[in-house]
Every structure is written in structure tokens, then in C-alpha cells.
Design a protein around this ligand. Structure first.
Ligand code: 7RM
Length: 654
């Protein structure tokens, strides 16, 4: 096996791909853009704390001003201490008080096609009612409330009601199992669980209440279960514990004062599974978090709240739903679309039907969804008038240049800028992204840290990398940063602050090109080592997806006696396409060089993904190395693993 020699430079990650296409903002877009030019970057570079303070003062209503902008004792930051504000007041009351109570907050669309239109006035009334309900159930400031709901407006109501009374919510994605829910309830010691009978998914009712019931048998802290009626399915009922949401709301007053909270009051916990072991309860607080999400939602999405219709397709159970369906957009007084179901019911064009129906102007989705749309073909979006769209965004994974180009052409009609937004549950809000009126984009690059954000790439020795591959670190605290892991300060220190001294380590690899653009290369745990070359799975995947027959690819390194690791690829073809594996291998060699040529390629109908759509490379590694599959509980569709195993068994190495 060829090892990197002593005098050979050992890169943290070898940056292989070149991408030379550039897209400056159009004159048309710039004419109405909130930010053109570099003024915001210049202001933040001068004094980032003063910059964040100005954003907070401009964008939020504070009940009492803060004494200190930032209190930073690594790894703990406190923002705007001494200040008081109420998140639900900022998301609701202030818009209604300013005369905008009739503005639509949510155009909600159920999967079967039923709809609800909810104005800011309506939302404020219902949030006040549910706040009173929670208080009557004994929920007090500082308590935790678990929320296990589908994509229905009551999810936002429940979150905002918690914020209004100073209880922290812990939302658990509706696709998680009873056991996952119980683990999260127990860790947070929540008093109340808010759930639903069921909801619509792929054309039928998906029951939620049975999983909630099962979780509660192992979760003794739960005193009350509030059940929203959505699916209409039969449910079991525990007298005294269970209450219908509509019954409780009916009798509740629409008056509930929004009491000012300390800036550092716990706003929510959100559990992330991480790679192994017990999920981590990521803690977010009030003033800094709301500042961060309001600022990023406004400027990254160039929001004009009086005319835009914003649609983020994430589920409220993920951080993207928390920050860019609930808190950021509502704080900015935006009008949004919220959709209950899957993108392919009743047809593969459902999303585009919704864009046309509501005149969506800003659309925010995940690369995995875009690659699925590519697989379904450009004829689906072509069935609809998408001319209302003016800005597109992506989040969740690196976006391959070809998927970016497809999105730009077939969804954006060649006229919409794309903002590729890098961030994490832990960062609270967007950190690295273009500003659409100011940044010349390159397909596949998240470009630069936002004004106020400081990042650096570093190598194995902790030295700064100015061009080439390295580890992504954040060098300054930011207002939306996590405040810790619930109940586990040591794990917080260990996970994020111990690998590189004085820096937050995100766990992602990235490269900087000659123009200073950042290219995210995936989790460093996924980086492959082939004959001493450290190759990112993202780059090989991008090379595969640049072949016209390929819609999606997942690449892993599997143990290999000769090269240390060998590159194994799983490939999904575009609708109606066929291709031989050998030409795909040569294509990769042509795109990035012989070193990155996959040893084996399997054509597959699907890939194992987490429920938020991220490819589970750990599982693919297990399959490729013939190991038993480990924990599959976070997998969206468990059957795919057997399918892939069967394919691996019949394949032979060339
Ligand atoms: C928002 C979210 C975080 C991880 C992160 C990355 C990956 C997210 C991008 C991205 C490349 C992007 N939170 N990631 N956005 N990679 N480009 N624009 O996804 O906590 O669920 O995941 O997702 O690896 O560390 S998350």
C-alpha cells in the first residue's frame, strides 16, 4: 500500500474537483435586493459584536434592553444578558399591533387537498388559547413540553405557546418510533405531550397516537397528553391523562399576556442522533437564537414580507423547521406555505402544483429532494407555471454541481439565484451562504460565511488552510450557537471543543478554492483514504451525478487489502436511463482522476437515508464490508438495506 511519505505533504483532505461556472446576481434581482455590495460584510468585519447588537435592536422588540452584548467563556456564550423579550410576542403580537393581523401567516395544505388559511390574528388568538391550556395543565416557566405532531398548524401553535409562557419545547419528528420518543421525553423529563390521532401520508392515514401511547408507558414524567384530531382514525384513550386539543381550546381565553423572558431563558431542546449512542439534547435559548434566525431569514432569503410567499419544505421536527418555518419567518412577518404530505402524492408534480397554486416566491428544500426530482424528470415541473419563483435555497447536504444546475434551470427557470446554506442543529441558524443580491455563486459552493460569522479551515496540526482541503471550524461565538447538551456538559465540551483548541469543530470537511469560496465535503468520518489520498465522498458523488444518466449517488470507502480503502459507489439512475458500470467508472476517472475511480458500482433503486434525508454512509459501509447492519432505527425505509445486501451478494469484483 502506497503511504504518504515523510516529505510528502499530507493534506487533511485532497481537493480534487474543479468547478469554473460562476453566476453573478442579475441586474433584475439586484434592483430590489435588500443587500447589494459588501456593506454588511464590512460593518460586521469591523466589530462583530456591535454588528449582532445592531441586528438584534433593529429586527426585534425587546421589553427591556440588555446590559452586555456577549459574555464569552469558552465553550459557553451568553448573548444580550440582562435583556428581556418574548419570542411569541415578536412572532405574533407585534405584527398584529402594527395593523397586520389580516396578513396570512400560513397557507396550509393537507395532503388530501384540504386547506386552511391562517392569518397572524388567527395565530395569535390560538397561541394565546393554547398558552392558557398549558398553564391550566400545570405547565410553568422552565418546564419541558414534548411535541410529537405531523405537519399541521397546531405544531407551530404548540411551539409558540410554550415560548409564550417560558416552557421549553422538545419536538420529536412524527416519523420516530415510540422508543425514540420515550428516550427523548425521559431525558427532558417533560410533563406534557402534545400529539395527534394521525395524519395523511402517501394517501392514507398514518397513526401517531399508538406510538405516543406506547412511549408514555415508559415515560413516567408525562402527566397529560393533548391530542389534536387530524387523521380521524380510532384511538385508545387513557381517561384523566388524554384530552382532545379542540375541547381544551374551546373553553380557553384568547387573552394571555406575553411575559418578558430573560434573554438566556431556555427556548427549546432538539435532539440529534449523532453517529452513535444516546441522542444529544441540543439547547437553544431566547434572545440570541431569535436574533440569528430573524437576521438570516431576512437577508439570506432577501425577504420582502409584504409580497413574498416563502415555502420551506422541511418538517417542523428538524432544526430547519424550527428556524425557517416557525421562528425566523414568523418573527419577520412572512407569509408561508406549510404542506402536510409527501412530494409524490397524488403525482410526482405535487410540489410544483403547490408552488403554482400559492404563488410561492422563495422555495427552500434539500439536495436529496432535488435529486429525487431529477430522477422523476423535468417533465414534472414543466407541467406548472413556476414563474412566481424568484429565489431558491438548499440545505442539509452538499449539493452536487449537476443537481444545482438542474435546480436552477428546471425549477428556477434560469432566473432565480440559489442560496446553498450550510448550518447545523447546533448552530441554530444559517452560517455559510451567499447573500443573493451580493454574492456571485458557483454551483456546489456555499460560498462565504455570512456577515457576523467567522470560520476557518485547518489541517491535522491545527494550522490554517488558505487553499485546499481541511476541517471546518468556527472561530467566534455567534448568537444562535447551542448553549450546551441537556444534562451533559462534558459531552458538549468533548464533542465540539476538544479536537482543536479554542475552536468549535463542526465535524465537516471543506475546501477553499483559489477565489476563497468554501466547498463543503461532507462529514469527516466519511472521508475515504485510498492509497494515502484522503478523498471526500462528496466529490466522487458529484462526479457520478455529472453523468447524464445518473440522478443520485452515494459513495463509501470499504476496507481493502491493497489500497487501505476502496471506493464503492451506489448509483440511482434518472428516469428511463440505462448505462453500463464501466462507462461510469471511466467518467469518474475523467472528471477527477484515476485515483477516484470507484472499484465497484452498484445500480440501485434507492439509498438508505435518515428521516431528514441524509444518506447513511455508515450503513453502506457495513453492507460493502459484509458486516451485520448496526442500528437502523433512524432509517426512513428499512427495506432498502436488504435490497442492497442482495445486490452486494450477487456482484463480483472486476
Ligand atoms: C440544517 C441541518 C448538519 C449537517 C452539517 C453538514 C450537513 C447541512 C449543508 C450541509 C453541505 C450544506 N442541520 N449540511 N447543510 N453540507 N452543504 N449546505 O441540516 O444538524 O441536521 O445537519 O448537515 O454535514 O454538519 S443538521
Amino acid at each position: 500500500m502506497a503511504e504518504a511519505g515523510d516529505n510528502e505533504r499530507h493534506d487533511a483532505i485532497d481537493a480534487l474537483m474543479e468547478e469554473s461556472r460562476t453566476f453573478p446576481p442579475s441586474e433584475d434581482f439586484k434592483a430590489n435586493a435588500l443587500v447589494v455590495g459588501t456593506y454588511l460584510y464590512d460593518e460586521a468585519a469591523e466589530d462583530d459584536e456591535a454588528f449582532w447588537a445592531r441586528q438584534s435592536a433593529d429586527l426585534l422588540d425587546w421589553a427591556e434592553p440588555w446590559d452586555t452584548i456577549l459574555d464569552w467563556e469558552l465553550p459557553y456564550s451568553k448573548w444580550f444578558t440582562g435583556g428581556k423579550l418574548n419570542v411569541s410576542y415578536n412572532c405574533l403580537d407585534r405584527h398584529v399591533l402594527a395593523g397586520r393581523g389580516d396578513r396570512v401567516a400560513f397557507h396550509w395544505e393537507g395532503e388530501p387537498g384540504d386547506t386552511r388559511t391562517i392569518t397572524y390574528g388567527d395565530l395569535l388568538d390560538e397561541v394565546c388559547q393554547f398558552s392558557n391550556v398549558l398553564k391550566d395543565l400545570g405547565v410553568e416557566r422552565g418546564d419541558r413540553v414534548n411535541i410529537y405532531l405531523p405537519m399541521i398548524p397546531e405544531a407551530a401553535v404548540a411551539m409558540l405557546a410554550c415560548a409564550r409562557i417560558g416552557a421549553a419545547h422538545s419536538v420529536v419528528f412524527g416519523g420516530f418510533s415510540a422508543q425514540s420518543l420515550a428516550d427523548r421525553i425521559n431525558d427532558a423529563e417533560a410533563k406534557v405531550l402534545v400529539t395527534a390521532d394521525g395524519s395523511y401520508r402517501r394517501g392514507s392515514v398514518f397513526p401517531l397516537k399508538p406510538a405516543a401511547d406506547e412511549a408514555c408507558t415508559n415515560a413516567p414524567s408525562i402527566e397529560h397528553v393533548v391530542v389534536v384530531k387530524r387523521g380521524g382514525n380510532d384511538v385508545e384513550w387513557v381517561e384523566g391523562r388524554d384530552k382532545w386539543y379542540h375541547d381544551l381550546i374551546d373553553g380557553a381565553s384568547t387573552e394571555c399576556p406575553a411575559e418578558p423572558m430573560d434573554s438566556e431563558q431556555l427556548l427549546f431542546l432538539l435532539y440529534t442522533s449523532g453517529t452513535t449512542g444516546k441522542p444529544k439534547g441540543i439547547m437553544h435559548t431566547t434572545g440570541g437564537y431569535l436574533t440569528h434566525v430573524t437576521y438570516t431569514h431576512k437577508y439570506v432569503f432577501d425577504l420582502h414580507p409584504e409580497s413574498d410567499v416563502f415555502w420551506c419544505t422541511a418538517d417542523v421536527g428538524w432544526i430547519t423547521g424550527h428556524s425557517y418555518i416557525v421562528y425566523g419567518p414568523l418573527s419577520n412577518g412572512a407569509t408561508q406555505v406549510m404542506y402536510e404530505g409527501v412530494p409524490n402524492h397524488p403525482g410526482n408534480d405535487r410540489f410544483w402544483e403547490i408552488v403554482e397554486k400559492y404563488g410561492v416566491t422563495i422555495f427552500y428544500t434539500a439536495p436529496t429532494a432535488i435529486r429525487t426530482f431529477m430522477k422523476w424528470g423535468a417533465t414534472e415541473p414543466a407541467k406548472h407555471d413556476l414563474s412566481s419563483l424568484r429565489l431558491l435555497g438548499t440545505v442539509g447536504e452538499p449539493i452536487n454541481p449537476e443537481a444545482w444546475m438542474w435546480y436552477q434551470e428546471h425549477i428556477g427557470g434560469g432566473r432565480c439565484p440559489i442560496v446553498d446554506t450550510w448550518w447545523q442543529t447546533e448552530t441554530g441558524g444559517i452560517m455559510i451562504s451567499p447573500l443573493p443580491g451580493a454574492t456571485t455563486t458557483k454551483p456546489g459552493s456555499a460560498t462565504f460565511p455570512l456577515p457576523g460569522v467567522s470560520s476557518e479551515l485547518i489541517d491535522d496540526e491545527g494550522k490554517r488552510v488558505d487553499v485546499g482541503g481541511g476541517y471546518l471550524t468556527l472561530t467566534r461565538p455567534w448568537p444562535g450557537m447551542l448553549r450546551g447538551i441537556w444534562g451533559d456538559p462534558e459531552r458538549y465540551l468533548e464533542t465540539y471543543w476538544s479536537r482543536f483548541e479554542g475552536r468549535y469543530f463542526a465535524g465537516d470537511g471543506a475546501k477553499l478554492d483559489d477565489d476563497g469560496y468554501l466547498w463543503l465535503l461532507g462529514r469527516v468520518d466519511d472521508v475515504m483514504n485510498v492509497s494515502g489520498h484522503r478523498i471526500s465522498t462528496t466529490e466522487v458523488e458529484s462526479a457520478l451525478v455529472s453523468h447524464p444518466a445518473v440522478a443520485e449517488a452515494a459513495v463509501v470507502g470499504a476496507a481493502d487489502a491493497t489500497t487501505g480503502q476502496a471506493i464503492i459507489a451506489y448509483v440511482i439512475l434518472r428516469g428511463g436511463q440505462d448505462v453500463d458500470v464501466e462507462s461510469l467508472r471511466s467518467h469518474v476517472a475523467g472528471e477527477i482522476g484515476a485515483i477516484a475511480k470507484p472499484k465497484m458500482i452498484f445500480i440501485t433503486p434507492d439509498l438508505p437515508k435518515t428521516r431528514s434525508g441524509k444518506i447513511m454512509r455508515r450503513l453502506l459501509r457495513d453492507v460493502a464490508e459484509g458486516r451485520n447492519i448496526g442500528d437502523t432505527t433512524t432509517l426512513a425505509d428499512e427495506s432498502i438495506v436488504d435490497e442492497l445486501r442482495a445486490r452486494a451478494a450477487i456482484s463480483t469484483d472486476d
